[in-house]
Design a protein around this ligand. Structure first.
Ligand code: ADP
Ligand code: MG
Ligand code: MG
Length: 211
């Protein structure tokens, strides 16, 4: 499908579904290297977004939906991830501004703005074992796909594939940000829960875009 308001709405609904399905798994990951609430935090946030989608105006733009997600996540998710994801969606909304439909450059810009927002807020670098380790490879893959002439949907597929690989690649790392950083070497062997949720969200974006 073309990346218009309906795509964003479908993305949000698919995100809520996949986060709910993986709630227990995200809790399990966060129990290993954090405080065990990441699945609950994210599920609470996306569950709170769903009913609000019905209040959007018929002529809502992609940015309006992304802003609604941002404000809802900021007020409901809590923890470290709430403000980080909230900032990501807010910056994503700013990046697509008044566009009604996103082309490849716009969707790549959306992903980059989201990633940059998280970095601005949380100061994590690549390799710190955070959600940035899923976001940054996704942005790089989107850039490469865009440069290679891929369609918007293919760009999202490339981003989702890279995010999944990035999340997996957090397993051998020592954490340098967030609660997991208190564990030192004991974090080795465990996947970062925020990187995993990012991977799920970007896969949802690609899935609803089709091919
Ligand atoms: P909390 O750690 O407060 O319980 P969550 O469990 O909801 O919050 O989220 C934890 C996730 O947040 C981590 O797995 C990591 O991906 C992410 N995170 C924590 N601190 C940072 C940071 N400074 N920058 C980027 N991501 C971070
Ligand atoms: Mg936690
Ligand atoms: Mg917590």
């Amino acid at each position: 499908m073309s990346l218009n308001t309906d795509w964003v709405l479908n993305w949000v609904r698919a995100s809520a579904a996949v986060i709910a399905e993986n709630r227990v798994e995200l809790i399990r990951l966060d129990r290993e290297i954090g405080d065990g609430d990441h699945g609950e935090n994210m599920d609470r946030g996306f569950s709170a977004v769903l009913p609000k989608l019905d209040d959007l105006a018929d002529d809502a733009l992609p940015a309006d939906v992304l802003k609604l997600v941002a404000t809802t996540l900021i007020s409901t998710v809590g923890g470290a991830s709430g403000p980080l994801y909230g900032t990501a969606y807010l910056k994503a909304a700013g990046a697509v501004a008044d566009l009604g439909e996103l082309d490849g450059a716009a969707v790549t810009g959306l992903l980059r703005a989201a990633r940059d927002g998280i970095v601005l807020r949380g100061k994590a670098e690549t390799g710190d074992k955070t959600m940035i380790d899923a976001w940054s490879p996704a942005v790089d893959a989107a850039d490469a796909a865009l440069a290679g002439g891929s369609s918007p949907a293919q760009i999202l597929q490339a981003a989702a594939d890279a995010a999944a690989a990035g999340a997996e690649a957090t397993e051998p790392l020592v954490a340098r940000k967030g609660r997991a950083s208190y564990l030192g070497e004991r974090a080795i062997g465990h996947r970062d829960p925020g990187a995993q949720s990012t991977s799920l969200l970007l896969r949802a974006a690609a899935d609803v875009a089709g091919t």
